[in-house]
Design a protein around this ligand. Structure first.
Ligand code: IPE
Ligand code: IPE
Ligand code: MG
Length: 250
């Protein structure tokens, strides 16, 4: 067992970890390669994150795989990313299933190429009874869009008289987000050294611990992930209270 993994307190495992997998292009460029070489080398890191989560029983892992803004990249790059997604799904579907993972997709799935959408839906269907853990892929995902579509759905309900405006609260709002069946994010990790959120889960990270790592996504290992968990466990999550109050309630 890795020595980093041994430091993890299994009684304080985050329920939901979300990762902004960034830095593939720079990783490739630094090797004198095309950006797409970085995307190809990103898949092993995805495996590392999934396996690490599985080993320590983290029930929800969300991976920011393709943002709504990523559609504006060069056509060739978008195509490569979609093809890679498609190939990886085919190759990994069985592994996801045998690991007991249930696949979910959040985002504007209808914008994805028909084949990719179909393959995704097949794996979602195949794994729907799995309960060891949940793997959530954010694809064609933008948090502002997600929030707006929730506002629209809620407005419709109010207009029809199915909901009273004064009854809208955080809980009702959350029921209209793509993530309605998932707990809030406890830990959000971003690789590549950028310290920004890039339109990712703005509502869901309200009280998440944020970790920005100075490594590029293709260099992400299981130990990198375990170290993030150790660092997470060294934080005091106060939710607005004081340290003293938390000590009393221990
Ligand atoms: C993350 O790596 C992958 C996606 C956004 C799809 P990038 O492709 O953004 O790599 P950098 O940030 O340009 O290095
Ligand atoms: C965020 O990375 C999106 C994903 C990791 C899928 P980007 O590389 O697209 O983010 P920006 O453009 O640097 O903010
Ligand atoms: Mg990037």
């Amino acid at each position: 067992m890795s020595s980093v993994k041994e430091k993890i307190n299994l009684q304080n495992i985050p329920k939901h970890v979300a990762i902004i997998m960034d830095g593939n292009g720079r990783w490739a460029k630094s090797r004198g390669e095309e950006r797409t070489f970085g995307h190809k080398n990103a898949i092993n890191s995805v495996r590392n994150a999934i396996n690490a989560c599985n080993e320590i029983n983290i029930p929800y892992l969300t991976l920011y795989t393709f943002s709504s803004e990523n559609w504006s990249r060069p056509h060739d790059e978008v195509n490569t990313l979609m093809n890679l997604l498609s190939e990886t799904l085919l190759l990994e579907a069985e592994e996801i299933f045998t690991k007991g993972l249930r696949l979910h997709v959040i985002g504007e799935v209808d914008k994805l190429p028909a084949l990719v959408k179909e393959q995704l839906m097949n794996v979602v269907e195949l794994t729907k009874d799995n309960a060891k853990g949940n793997l959530i892929l954010a694809l064609s995902y933008g948090s502002q869009r997600e929030i707006l579509q929730a506002v629209k759905q809620i407005s419709e309900k109010v207009k029809k008289g199915d909901l009273q405006a004064e009854d809208i609260n955080e809980h009702i709002f959350e029921e209209h987000l793509y993530t309605k069946n998932f707990p809030p994010v406890d830990l959000m990790i971003r690789t590549s050294g950028e310290v920004r959120i890039s339109n990712f889960m703005l509502w869901q990270i309200a009280y998440a611990e944020l970790q920005f790592l100075n490594i590029l996504w293709p260099d992400f290992t299981k130990d990198t992930f375990f170290q993030c968990i150790v660092d997470y466990q060294n934080k005091e999550r106060r939710y607005g209270k004081t340290s003293e109050q938390l000590e009393i309630n221990k």
